[in-house]
Design a protein around this ligand. Structure first.
Ligand code: ZN
Length: 264
């Protein structure tokens, strides 16, 4: 029996057609299946931790008897806005507090997911805190993302109608995966920028934790711990205006890198 070494021409055409259709569907997905966590970033929420009656971490040293986390992180947050607005004048920047007030964690989170965003655009949420430890030697910067496997309802009846369109192309699982991966990337960009701008800083790495604002703000989010106010050397730096400028610039550069990466 004669067996041809070549497949029938009809099979070749079918294979080519299938490959073409698969490629076409990839192009289509790339062009049209983007949603909230793929869109360019129009808005950045900056969340200075604590405030008002909530001082956050508190420390006391001979050179300063009352050091409060809420004051240090508010100043850094305002500096981040100042730097970002100069570098990216088109960016909308919204602070959860501009003074010594105390918005609840729910209010901070709601601000992020209830603000109406520009059409086909996304946002970032950057919470800024300072650390404290019973061990006076603990020092360094660390950055937090939400837990990778925690599934959060990102769209519900609280989502403004004008924002619903941003989410329609992805299901809940995909949205949660994208929220985690974009948050990890934002955290990494900020930590890398801090390491580059302030090489002597102790790098405590990126961690995942079950933190309220990261779970509830429903956008790409990170929480930056800028240093330990319980450590004498580090708190001296954090009380120095020039050092706070450096930290704020480093955080801003990480945010800008994230925004520029999303444009591509
Ligand atoms: Zn805090």
């Amino acid at each position: 029996m004669f067996i041809s070494a070549h497949p029938p021409i009809k099979n070749i055409i079918n294979k080519k057609l299938i490959i073409f259709l698969v490629l076409l569907s990839f192009v289509y997905m790339k062009l049209y299946s983007t949603s909230f966590f793929d869109y360019p970033i129009s808005t950045v929420f900056i969340d200075a931790g604590h405030g008002g009656v909530d001082s956050g971490a508190v420390s006391s040293f001979s050179f300063n008897p009352l050091i409060e986390e809420k004051d240090i992180v508010l100043d850094i947050s305002l500096k981040v806005e100042e730097y970002l607005s100069k570098q990216m004048p088109e960016l909308k920047i919204i602070q959860t507090r501009y003074d010594d007030s105390f918005p609840s964690l729910q209010e901070r989170s709601e601000l992020a997911y209830k603000t109406i965003l520009d059409d086909k655009s996304s946002s970032l949420f950057v919470s800024i805190h300072a650390n404290s430890s019973l061990s006076s030697s603990a020092k360094g910067v660390e950055v937090f993302t939400k837990l990778e496997n925690k599934i959060i309802n990102l769209v519900d009846e609280d989502t403004p109608i004008d924002n619903i369109d941003l989410f329609v192309n992805d299901n809940l699982i995909t949205l949660n995966k994208k929220q985690y991966s974009t948050s990890l990337s934002l955290s990494d960009n900020i930590l890398e920028s801090i390491k580059k701008n302030i090489p002597h800083v102790v790098n405590r790495g990126i961690k995942s934790d079950d933190l309220y604002v990261l779970n509830v703000c429903r956008t790409t989010a990170t929480l930056v711990e800028v240093g330990f106010i319980s450590n004498e050397d580090e708190v001296k730096l954090l009380l120095d205006n020039v050092y706070r400028d450096k930290i704020a610039k480093a955080i801003s550069d990480g945010i800008i890198k994230t925004i520029n990466n999303r444009k591509r």
